[in-house]
Design a binder for this molecule. Structure first.
Ligand SMILES: Cc1cc2nc3c(=O)[nH]c(=O)nc-3n(C[C@H](O)[C@H](O)[C@H](O)COP(=O)(O)OP(=O)(O)OC[C@H]3O[C@@H](n4cnc5c(N)ncnc54)[C@H](O)[C@@H]3O)c2cc1C
Length: 336
């Protein structure tokens, strides 16, 4: 079974989406084992519909046995990074536009406690590959959260302390330049082992949506206002603009626009109500929510986010299902 199956099944995207599109764009072919024992080779030329259904197909079309992908050559293992202070959301859009052509990777960390004119305050990061190897000991030292605390360590107090400290990362400068090993830039969360335990026994919800470009700035502002007012954010909140390259999968999540990704400590009904309000804003702007990170999306929302599901359904393997799929196609929400 291929270790790349999860990347195909959600047609994953990275910080370079604006230049490279999704993972599926770099897939040349794969072999898919169906429950009747048949193995289908799929590519843009062979079984093309099954190829498109399986990319972003949430693991429902069969078992991906192996994949052939096109990699790109990089000049070295180091990354040149610029981190730039964001005063507000306007700065985010200006820097995203400005960085689109010359920087391979872009994203912004946003302070979810900012309000008013400061909504969108944070740090914009842009990066590109650079020649050079790694020194011994360069790779991330892991510190680890040893046990699950009874209550979440992510609360208003720790959050405002963390956010204030994080913004000082630039040491009062407008821009900080550095050269870092690739893993420090790509996998910052791996620097804290078991980071998920910080949320305590109740755990957390991940939420990621994308809003099409035409309505993005206004909708993202409203979402950040909702989150700030709720006092329920966390320090993991990321904004990124997706590029215009089409995603190849029938149910692929990315579309041209802005994506917001955030983790929320689970505070029960109030957190679910906040997520519903974010869904309403996403829906009203014709955006969509990412199934890969979802644990609560309503079936009615899924059907509006993904009208292409009707074409997709024909390719589901009859003996495959998932709790996500059963939820979003539950009775009362039959596909019309
Ligand atoms: C902290 C965090 C950060 C994330 N950041 C991003 C991000 O930046 N961009 C992004 O796009 N996503 C992101 N994700 C989502 C993640 O990339 C996807 O959920 C991805 O599918 C996980 O892949 P996996 O290999 O871990 O697969 P798993 O979690 O094991 O499986 C994910 C799905 O793939 C299916 N699958 C796995 N293997 C196969 C196979 N061989 N054949 C058929 N189906 C298979 C499973 O059935 C399941 O539906 C993030 C998730 C987390 C928890």
């Amino acid at each position: 079974m291929s270790p790349w199956g999860g990347a195909v099944a959600n047609d994953v995207h990275g910080k370079n989406h604006h230049r490279m599109g999704t993972f599926g764009r770099h897939l040349l072919s794969f072999r898919l084992r169906r429950s009747d024992g048949a193995i289908q080779t799929c590519s843009p030329e062979e079984n093309a519909d099954l190829f498109r259904a399986t990319i972003g197909g949430l693991g429902l079309t069969g078992l991906i046995e192996d994949v052939t992908i096109q990699l790109m050559r990089v000049p070295g293992l180091q990354i040149e990074v610029e981190e730039i202070r964001l005063r507000n959301l306007n700065d985010f859009y200006r820097l995203s536009d400005e960085s689109e052509n010359n920087w391979d990777y872009t994203l912004a960390w946003v302070d979810c406690l900012a309000r008013g004119d400061e909504i969108g305050r944070g740090i914009f990061s842009r990066a590109r590959h650079r020649a050079g190897g790694l020194e011994r000991g360069d790779l991330l030292p892991a510190i680890s959260v040893a046990s699950v605390p009874p209550i979440s360590l992510v609360n208003c107090l720790t959050l405002s302390a963390f956010n204030a400290l994080y913004r000082r990362k630039l040491l009062g400068k407008k821009i900080k330049r550095s050269i870092v090993p690739y893993d420090k830039f790509f996998y910052p969360l791996d620097g804290i082992g078991n980071w998920n335990k910080l949320y305590g026994r109740a755990g957390f919800y991940q939420y990621q949506c994308v809003v099409p470009s035409a309505r993005a700035q206004e909708t993202i502002r409203r979402m950040l206002e909702e989150i700030a007012q709720s006092g329920q954010g966390s320090f993991l909140i990321v904004l990124k603009t997706f590029g215009s390259m089409a995603s190849p999968g029938m149910l692929s999540f990315p579309m041209p626009g802005t994506t917001l990704a955030i983790d929320f400590p689970n505070r029960g009904a109030s957190t679910l109500a906040l997520l519903d309000r974010l869904d309403m804003l996403t829906l009203s702007a014709n955006g969509r929510v990412y199934p890969a990170k979802d644990g609560r999306m309503a079936s009615s929302s899924f059907h509006l986010y993904y009208p292409q599901r009707k074409d997709f359904e024909r390719h589901i393997d009859p003996r495959f299902s998932s709790s996500f799929w059963r939820r979003v196609t539950a009775s009362g929400a039959e596909i019309k």
